[in-house]
Design a protein around this ligand. Sequence first.
Ligand SMILES: Nc1ncnc2c1ncn2[C@@H]1O[C@H](COP(=O)(O)OP(=O)(O)OP(=O)(O)O)[C@@H](O)[C@H]1O
Length: 251
Amino acid sequence: MSVSPSLPAYPGVRVRGVTRAFDGRVVLDRVDLDIAPGEFVALLGPSGSGKSTLLRIVGGIDTGAEGEIGVPGKVAVVFQEHRLLPWERVWRNVTLGLDGGRLRERAVAALGEVGLTARADAWPGTLSGGEAQRVALARALVRTPELLLLDEPFAALDALTRLKAQRLVEGLWAEHRPSVLLVTHDVDEALLLADRVVLLGDGVVAEEFAVGMDRPRSVEVPRFAQLRRRLLGGLGVDTGPDQIRTGKGSE
Ligand SMILES: Nc1ncnc2c1ncn2[C@@H]1O[C@H](COP(=O)(O)OP(=O)(O)OP(=O)(O)O)[C@@H](O)[C@H]1O
């Protein structure tokens, strides 16, 4: 019982009939999901709905599922925790596991993309939470991934740092255009960043929303508020009376 690695390297992501059970309990039930090359998809769903499990299967970290997965050759993952080795300097962490020459140069270039060139020789323990996550992003970028998997990478950051990190990711994505699968709990984060939001529930893809707003996005526009209400509704959150209709200036 395992995911078939039979599909050759696939541009974008193709998930077909993926089922994953833990101790007989089905967490993902014949899930289908496509991500086009260069597309940014956010995966939302209640806690325990299988978001991280699906990301781990797509990333080849969880190999215990049934079904078919097609992914590109170069995939990089950023987790909620930075997972930097404390005994290696920042630049070494960025290039850990890479072969070839000019590793420091490549690390410094990637650190430049996240605004951290000056911290190349620092120890991870001296970084702030936001800086450490940016180093984790640099470690992903230096691999020039065609698919970037982001598993709640900003969840532990304070609101302002988080907003900056979201803008950074948006800029990096716009420049390099990998396909992205972002697992998040945060409806606004999904709507700020994704082309499409996929709602996971009861082991299946419950709903999909094409976001269709220009970038950079603002939470202030009516479509944002509309989509937020629909997504929260899909997540089973009661959003109360319609704030758009009862709001100031709408009489
Ligand atoms: N290695 C494992 N062994 C047993 N059960 C697991 C394992 N990994 C995940 N699960 C279970 O699968 C379900 C889905 O977990 P998963 O972490 O994918 O959900 P999630 O939607 O990402 O949740 P959250 O939003 O809380 O992070 C949960 O009930 C979890 O307990």
